[in-house]
Design a protein around this ligand. Structure first.
Ligand code: PSU
Ligand code: MN
Length: 337
């Protein structure tokens, strides 16, 4: 009961990349559209620590060039902790697992790359029309799961929106977490969302939710507390790795959400930031912003209203999450030796 069974991995990589012409003919579709960099593939084949990273945060979560700078720094942090970063994105209709610096620069320059925010429902379109795509948490989970990468780091996940009882706006991230054998390290969900409803939804989907650190206070992205409590608390990277291993050994095939509070020195005052968020949410409603455009709209508005303070906090928490995800990945790799 290895965390990553080398044979299974080799098989899934073979199918996934369709090296064999016979397989390639039998498996048309997206499976032949995946490129795993040599660095990532070697790490996976040798049971070394890999951390997947999402790319909607690059294409739709932050402005250029801050987005590219952040992505490169995050990759550097993952490496410095002894793991291999695998940023997942779509380039000209090909799914990439691992991006180099020029890929990141091209994708991040969104004026010219015109990337599509790619969640489950968007894949077929982006691939078939050979467009560029930033994969959401949902999209990244799909690819990471198929590539057998057990952990990924991001800033915040999507969730149940406020007033979802009338709009039905519930991020596809939540259902994907319910059916992916991947652990996500994030700073919880923003209060642009309904946090209690999001936690209820995750419970229904069978997602293991825990705070990472010293308290069960579920974080609210820019601020340390959301007023909600997580069902569990995980105190160390070793404990997190043991839970991920058990979940995989049991073949539960449902995800894990580890919520890491933003480092104290970068946290925003929650009353102040909530006022800004309320204003941004009202504005979105007035302008009739809907569907996939809501989150990017709110992020940009909040950054504008806080004169960039929220963007700085965003960068700081992503880096912190990447460091923790890398530590967990290293512990996980050591469990399979
Ligand atoms: N929250 C953030 N930053 C982000 C996102 C969410 O603070 O960049 C992105 C993530 O990629 C997440 C996606 O998966 O938005 C959710 O979008 P939607 O609510 O449309 O599913
Ligand atoms: Mn939505």
């Amino acid at each position: 009961s290895l965390v990553v069974d080398p044979e299974m991995l080799a098989r899934s990589l073979r199918i996934f990349e369709s090296k064999s012409p016979v397989l390639a003919r039998r498996r048309l579709s997206t499976k032949s559209n995946v490129e795993i960099t040599e660095e990532v593939r070697n790490a996976l084949n040798n049971g070394r620590a890999v951390v997947a990273l999402e790319s909607t945060i690059i294409t739709h979560g932050m402005p250029y060039p801050d987005n590219v700078k952040c992505a490169l720094e995050v990759e550097g942090i993952v490496r410095s902790r002894g793991a291999v970063p695998a940023t997942i994105a779509i380039k000209s209709g090909r799914i990439k697992v691992g991006l180099n610096e020029s890929d990141l620069n091209e994708l991040g320059d969104t004026e010219s790359s015109k990337p599509v925010k790619t969640s489950r429902r968007d894949f077929a379109y982006v691939i078939s029309s050979k467009r560029n795509g930033g994969t959401t948490v949902c999209g990244t989970l799909i690819v990471a799961d198929r590539a057998n990468i057990p952990i990924f780091a991001t800033g915040g996940i999507g969730g149940v929106h406020r007033e979802a009882e009338s709009t039905l706006d519930i991020s596809a991230d939540l259902q994907e977490l319910g059916r992916s054998s991947v652990a996500v390290v994030s700073s919880g969900v923003k209060s642009i969302l309904d946090v209690p409803k999001t936690l209820e939804y995750l419970e229904t989907q069978g997602v293991f939710v825990a705070t990472f650190g010293h308290t069960k206070d579920f974080p609210a992205f820019y601020s340390i507390k959301s007023g909600c409590t997580a069902p569990y608390n995980v105190a160390s990277a070793g404990q997190a790795a043991a839970i991920i291993k058990s979940s995989r050994d049991l073949e539960l095939k449902s995800g894990i959400l580890l919520a890491v509070p933003i480092p104290d020195e970068h946290a925003l005052d929650s009353d102040q930031v909530n006022l800004v968020i309320d204003r941004a949410v009202r504005e979105a409603k007035e302008k009739n912003v809907r569907g996939k455009d809501i989150t990017p709209f709110l992020l940009a508005e909040i950054s504008r209203m806080t004169e960039g303070k929220s963007l700085k906090s965003n960068v700081a928490l992503v880096k912190n999450n990447a460091r923790i995800a890398a530590d967990i990945a290293v512990e996980l790799a050591s469990l399979q030796e």
